[in-house]
Design a protein around this ligand. Structure first.
Ligand code: BGP
Length: 452
């Protein structure tokens, strides 16, 4: 079966990774501004100060997307640009930027898919305890209200949070992302609970204040297991590991997704956390599981899993020399797209949107002045065939957002790796569409048929 008629082909980005203009128009500090300035955190001390200068060049960038033919652009709002203190006075100039961006997109016939929070947390709120503060869900709800009141007449798709696993387990527990803390499990679990409450409040706020029909979701990530062989026991083991929260519950898919879609924490995760688990007050789970419309998922790499001797899931390293990306421990494992999509639909019964998928590479401008990126084309080709297979088996997939429209600030890796369809020259801010851009353009124009 081909890709469905109304399939949303899109591209994605995030505010801190592309906007730059970090000191302009009254924007506030984010925890990523601070994190970048601690030596050793980010490759070569890179910062998001200028990034792709999207703040000033958004018209050119929307023009590129229009030429590419995308139907949707997933981007995020910068909370400290809109409310510099996180919860105080609204910065009109900051909010106006998104107003202009959205109008530009609508003129180009591109649907805005807005993520409210993609990691640039207001530093002033961090100083008040951040997600540990019991008021943090209300801060997020208030920020949502400001955003929806201004933009909700034109935005039909909202995502509350991007990858809570990364900013809680990565940012608060293991320290590889901002704010770079290594807090005990008890605090991290409490912060995670507040994040989920914030999601619930945000969903309700969007529903209540939108001036047009909306679809709401969020964009989680997590382990993406692939059965090591097609033996039924390996397939079962891989599926079990997808939903297991026994080891490192805050890194588990089910810790973040079960509360949202099923209204409860996974039993095995609660058991594993024991007395460090968050205290759930009555009404919390009802709020967290406020109905959403789609199940977003960011899918990149897949890890092999098989049934061990006891039948339990067991991780298996890929054979030496296995295809990999420029993101050190990420393997190219296309079947993860098929399996994970299928299994999440089975568990949560919500339409799926692939909110991110893309290939980290070390692209450069070739002697002919062009950027040839055959690995990215091959990667996308393989993953999209796997997605088609899931659709073919009846999984309702509504859209696919390629990460990312242009090379940008890739968090702790700074500008070292390039993930874009468009090459960014960070010295001149020239954009050069790569070969993969033209490949994706053809794919969109044929609604996926050019995969074959
Ligand atoms: C996801 C983030 C994106 C983007 C992407 C690419 O985890 O949501 O913001 O950065 O990963 O991966 P990486 O930055 O590791 O190359």
């Amino acid at each position: 079966m081909p890709y469905p008629k109304n399939f949303v082909w899109g591209v994605a980005s995030a505010s801190f990774q592309v906007e730059g203009a970090s000191e302009e128009d009254g924007t506030g500090l984010s925890i990523w501004d601070m994190y970048c300035r601690t030596p050793g955190n980010v490759f070569h001390g890179h910062t998001g100060d200028v990034a792709c200068d999207h703040y000033h060049r958004y018209k050119e960038d929307v023009g590129l997307m229009k030429d590419l033919g995308v139907k949707g652009y997933r981007f995020s709002l910068s909370w400290p640009r809109i409310i510099p203190d996180g919860n105080g006075k609204v910065n009109k100039k900051g909010l106006d930027f998104y107003d202009r961006l959205i109008d530009e997109m609508l003129d180009a016939n591109i649907q805005p898919w807005v993520t409210l929070f993609h990691w640039d947390y207001p530093y002033e709120l961090y100083l008040k305890g951040g997600w540990l503060n019991p008021d943090s869900p209300d801060w997020f709800a208030n920020y949502t209200k400001v955003a929806v009141e201004k933009l909700g007449d034109r935005v039909g798709h909202w995502m509350t949070l991007n990858e809570p696993l990364c900013f809680i387990a990565g940012g608060l527990q293991q320290g590889w992302h901002a704010p770079g803390l290594k807090l005990p499990l008890r605090e991290c679990a409490l912060a995670a609970h507040n994040v989920l409450l914030a999601h619930g409040k945000s969903v309700q706020t969007i529903r209540a204040l939108s001036k047009k029909p909306v679809k709401i979701g969020f964009a989680p990530t997590g382990q993406r297991p692939v059965p090591f062989t097609d033996k039924p026991e390996d397939i079962r083991a891989a599926e079990e590991s997808l939903n297991s929260a026994t080891v490192l519950p805050l890194m588990a898919n089910s810790w973040w997704m079960d509360p949202v879609f099923l209204g409860k924490y996974p039993e095995d995760g609660l058991e594993s956390m024991g007395r460090f688990a968050p205290k759930v007050k009555s009404g919390d789970m009802k709020l967290i599981s406020s109905p959403v419309d789609f199940c977003g998922m960011n899918i990149y790499n897949g890890d092999f899993v098989r049934a061990g001797k006891d039948g339990k899931p067991e991780a298996v390293l890929p054979p030496a020399g296995y295809n990999r990306t420029a993101q050190d421990d990420w393997f190219v494992n296309p079947p993860c797209m098929y399996w994970v999509t299928k299994w999440f639909y089975k568990r949560y019964r919500k339409p799926i949107v692939i909110t991110e998928n893309g290939h980290q590479n070390l692209d450069f401008v070739h002697l002919d002045g062009k950027v040839h990126d055959p690995q990215r084309i091959d990667y996308l080709h393989r993953y999209l065939l796997e997605l088609e297979k899931a659709i073919d088996e009846g999984v309702p997939v509504e859209g696919y957002f390629q990460w990312t429209i242009m090379d940008n600030f890739e968090w702790a890796m700074g500008y070292k790796v390039r993930v874009g369809l468009v090459y960014t020259d960070y010295q001149t801010q020239e954009r050069i569409p790569k070969d993969s851009y033209y490949w994706y353009k053809k794919l969109i124009a044929s609604n996926g048929k050019s995969l074959h």
